[in-house]
Design a protein around this ligand. Sequence first.
Ligand code: ADE
Length: 263
Amino acid sequence: MRSEHPKPERPQRDVDFSGPSRHGHATGEHSVTVSHGMKPMVPFRVCVLTLFPAMFPGPLGHSLAGRAQAEGRWSLETVDIRVDDAPFGGGPGMVLRADVVDAALQATRRPEIPFVYLTPRGQVLTQARIRALSERNGLVVLCGRFEGVDQRVLERHGAEELSIGDYVLSGGEPAAMVLVDAIIRLLPGVVGHAESLREESFERGLLEYPHYTRPQVWAGQAVPEVLISGHHQRVAAWRQAASEAITRERRPDLWIRYQEGRV
Ligand code: ADE
């Protein structure tokens, strides 16, 4: 199945709707540009609402995600949301308008597809949440910029607010790329060795153990003896102990949850 499908073409579709103009000083026409994949049977549909559609696919067009897109395992649609306005109540920055975001959502959303708004104010993403999202049909992602998005449209569409970490980016687009990348690699057939997904960090509530390859001795340092013993049980025990030690040292929060069996 891998190379049977050519990379999907991404034609542009323009959807026009009326609404207040940028900064709300006049009314007029605003366009929503929708570009999307052509595969009729795309299993996982990603739709990104953004003020900067040219940022996409960006890194998602390369490596694992790019190959998976070319194979038709997922598709990407971007919607250009062009209008923001000054916040009621004053304060710096601009806010994405409810009517504009709503029109973009009406044009693209299907009820069975989760809708995520990326914001540093959201719940911090976990591998468990990523896995659950990867088991759906697709995802609509709204990227915040400026001060944010009018809260009413988030509530009306039941947005799940997610953050990729406790730091502030200049906008949600890099966060959307992180989110989508993490989901895509969990889609069936995307990562060649499904076993490596089970072993990796967070899957079992622990950070992953260290890896080694040739040369066996490098810069005066030898590979841990047990790894060349060929004894599978001893190797597994060593890896488990290494995972536990590294988690305890680096992520006491994860370690406590692991010990309590809350993973
Ligand atoms: N937008 C700005 N910072 C963000 C973050 N940490 N996570 C998600 N979206 C963001």
